[in-house]
Design a binder for this molecule. Sequence first.
Ligand SMILES: *Cc1c(COP(=O)(O)O)cnc(C)c1O
Length: 446
Amino acid sequence: MTVLEQLESRQETLWINPKLRPVQPRDPINGYGFVYMKAAQNRFMRFLPYIASAFPETREKKGIIESPLIEIAAVKDWMNSQGADNESQGVNTDSQGAGIRGRVFLKDDARLPIAGSIKARGGIHEVLKIAESLAQSARMLKPTDNYGIIDSDRFRDFYSGYTIQVGSTGNLGISIGRSAARLGFRAIVHMSSDARQWKKDLLRSEGVIIKEYDGDYSQAVAQGRRESEADERSFFVDDENSEDLFFGYSTAAMRVSVQLRKLGIPVDQDHPLFLYLPCGVGGAPGGITFGFKQMFGRHVHCFFAEPVEAPCMLLGMVSGRHEKICVQDIGLSGRTVADGLAVGRPSGFVCRMMEEVMSGAFTVTDEKMLLYQKKVEELAGLKLEPSACAGFAGLYGLGKAALKKGCKDSIVESSWKEYIDKYELEKYMDQATHIVWGTGGGLMPE
Ligand SMILES: *Cc1c(COP(=O)(O)O)cnc(C)c1O
């Protein structure tokens, strides 16, 4: 079976990127260099006094929007001993567990303040950029000012004359809606009907206007874009094309590199770093991949995780058709319990950016995501939403492939093995670091 056939038949699969290029740190990627990430990071720094003032939950860290990097040895041990497949509704009961080596961490973005998800970095960055450029054009703000002045009625009155709109499956709406409304903007979030009710309720309670659509996410985005274009005082945050989201997400790499250094963990030839990144439209995992490539070049290996019903990025890359193809074109529904990943069509911008730098992408069933969600809460005490658990399937798959099981190898296992062999990583796996990106769930109600 080809990868495409596996996608069509909703089987878990792994695609290895044949175009992966061994980039060096700070190499421009598709024409975009380190300065793009640095500019986003600098913008977050200028806004620290504002963020600390407007969002009390960030005060302790002086306005820095950051989440912990947590070692989850218990989850690694569970995967190695029992095998994730054993417990998942009776499939693959011949499972012998996995052979995961090296240290395993969870990047706990559910604990990012304001948004409770990975969307905090991208979404808030774009809103701050809009706010900054409006205030600068109106001569209310200079780059050298203390941005704490923005948390005032004078600025809120000024911003109330403008609207920020976004199409979202939920979490981007929370990130954009909350940060825009707090600044004083009129905020409108266009949501697909499969967005979770609690996300809509939360936003409405903070004065954000919600518009719902029966169709899927792409339609919510298209409608939002149309309504925004008709209003010259409205800005549309375009998840399918936005560079400001992308480079906002990328700043995570600068922060995590500091966290790794504090832990005494190197990333180099002898110490490869594997990232498992849940993927919807591609912006968050793409931005993070861009950032980590800027920091660590070829020593970081970035894999995207998608639901079997909505593997839009994998489909766009394996077919080479990028945003010109959607999962419905191959008979998939796009419907999944992982609402944060329920996206049918990838971002064309992200596909082009990732062409030579993403290592690969894999798919995961809803049952597995729910199983991992349960296990992470049980074994590590961390609450995540289902979307946030997709990456665990990659950690498990890579570990499983490391076990020599002769002819029992599945296509997924042999693809993982092929990757390890191709880049001659086998001898470094004991010193490897794995980061499973836990992308959201921090605001989830009981
Ligand atoms: C949005 C989201 C993602 C993926 O981000 P994209 O930019 O859509 O690829 C992953 N996990 C969660 C929880 C999300 O909300």
